[in-house]
Design a binder for this molecule. Structure first.
Ligand code: ZN
Ligand code: FE
Ligand code: FE
Ligand code: ZN
Length: 268
């Protein structure tokens, strides 16, 4: 069994993905998916980096690309959703809000890729995870997750234990931290994605881990699924494992979004 939707797919505009949107849709059809959501990296609000996200000038082009592929597959059984993955950077909330409210997205994925000036998931900076106190990095990251949920800008929180990407795990039990984060998610009404891309990274684990996912299940946080594909071949990757993990954590269903609302609950 596999989830029928994949809400986390990129485009070439972010500067580190390959393939045309229609190739992602073809891959989704091949995988038997009923819904594919595009969620490319929104323009960075703090600084420009063409290797990380699209620019503000490219935003209309992004919408146009997805609208084009939507009409191309209008007669097909697959539903194409338009989302965006926006970074949470404290101090830049208003600028971020302009992006996420500037277009009728089906969902907005909130991501934390920066702790202060530390782009912790960027391979170029990964050595810092070896010298910094790893437990503190996870704690700081959790604080940002809570802040981003509370900002009200996001519908789905991305890869919520991304700090482990290069295999760096906490050496202390941080379940209380994640419990507090889950509580903040509950209050904010956000969902969390099960993101299979960690299996393609040094950590070789889905985001979030089973332990974290169990906390989310206890707190009754809705879940969705995303492959975080940056190439057509990764659409729906390892979704059988992602579904199994959700069940193991105690989940019975996942949700579908349209126009920033949960519109469907699908049994696992
Ligand atoms: Zn990316
Ligand atoms: Fe991300
Ligand atoms: Fe992504
Ligand atoms: Zn992502």
């Amino acid at each position: 069994m596999k989830p029928i939707l994949d809400y986390h797919n990129h485009t070439i505009l972010c500067g580190h993905a390959i393939g045309e949107p229609f190739e992602y849709v073809e891959a989704a059809l091949k995988q038997g998916l009923k819904e594919i959501g595009f969620s490319d990296h929104a323009p960075l609000v703090s600084h420009e980096d063409p290797t990380v996200t699209m620019s503000f000038e490219q935003l209309p082009r992004y919408h146009q690309m997805i609208e084009e592929v939507k009409s191309r597959y209008a007669e097909s059984d697959i539903v194409i959703r338009v989302g965006i993955e926006a970074d949470f950077i404290p101090g830049y909330e208003e600028k971020t809000r302009t992006i996420v409210e500037g277009y009728p997205y089906d969902f907005v994925i909130g991501s934390v890729h920066f702790i202060g000036d530390f782009p912790f998931d960027n391979p170029k900076h990964k050595d810092r995870l070896k010298t910094d106190d790893i437990n503190q990095v996870f704690r700081d990251y959790n604080v940002l997750l809570r802040q981003s949920a509370k900002s009200g800008m996001f519908d789905i929180m991305a890869h919520i234990d991304l700090v482990k990407k290069f295999g760096d795990k906490p050496t202390e039990d941080l379940s209380d931290d994640f419990r507090e984060t889950a509580k903040a998610f509950k209050e904010a009404g956000v969902a969390v994605e099960i993101n299979s891309s960690g299996l393609r990274k040094p950590v070789q684990e889905i985001y979030p881990s089973l332990a974290v996912l169990k906390i989310l299940a206890e707190t009754e946080i809705p879940i969705t699924f995303g492959s975080d594909s940056h190439a057509p071949g990764d659409v729906g990757a390892d979704f059988d494992k992602a579904l199994e993990l959700a069940k193991q954590a105690g989940y019975r269903e996942y949700v579908a979004f349209e126009k920033r609302q949960i519109v469907k609950r699908i049994a696992l």
